[in-house]
Design a protein around this ligand. Structure first.
Ligand code: HEC
Length: 151
């Protein structure tokens, strides 16, 4: 099969979602810790891609693609820990999340879809093909953080 014929399959695979049964957290700090660990993971993969795009480290197509694959998978449950209102002094989440939960959930869903598109774009192995999708994901991080995360 040629690469072009494989693309629709890759696209379908990127949008297969992991079953989403929300966890029930006994303690607020458990939810906060999960959220922070999860976002750290997101930040690690995305940050490495950003370093390549910004020329801070050499572009490595295989590494970039692997980061994009991982990001597309983990963002399928980035909403975990945000279902119920769990806040501690250690959390940077704004209480507005739970006053505008539908909007927050929509941003999370868009985030995951954009990460799926970045994964597909990265499959070409050419950095410039991934730049528009990378920027869309970056906008997702920024728009959610601006509204729902304290500095
Ligand atoms: C739909 C909302 C949303 C999106 C999209 C989102 N984040 Fe976050 N992020 C949050 C919230 C809310 C917190 C604060 C969580 C807390 O402290 O309880 C956070 C926290 C973080 C943290 C701090 C973790 C820590 O240890 O305190 C990092 C790093 C981070 N996000 C990176 C990213 C990056 C990079 C992206 C995009 C690739 C992204 N986030 C996308 C909502 C979002």
């Amino acid at each position: 099969m040629t690469f072009k014929k494989l693309i629709p399959y890759a696209a379908a695979a990127a949008f297969v979602s992991v079953s989403a049964h929300a966890m029930d957290f006994a303690k607020d700090e458990d939810a906060v810790n999960l959220r922070k660990a999860h976002m750290d993971l997101v930040g690690t993969y995305f940050g490495d891609m950003g370093a390549m795009i910004k020329g801070k480290k050499p572009f490595d197509a295989a590494q970039f693609q692997s980061n994009a694959d991982r990001l597309a998978v983990v963002t399928q449950w980035s909403g975990e820990g945000f279902e119920g209102k769990h806040l501690t002094s250690d959390s940077k989440a704004k209480p507005e999340i739970w006053e505008n939960k539908a909007e927050f959930d929509k941003l999370m869903k868009a985030f995951s879809e954009k990460a799926g598109k970045l994964k597909i774009a990265s499959a070409s192995g050419v950095m410039k093909d991934s730049i528009p999708a990378f920027k869309e994901v970056a906008d997702s991080c920024g728009s959610c953080h601006k509204k729902f995360k304290n500095k």
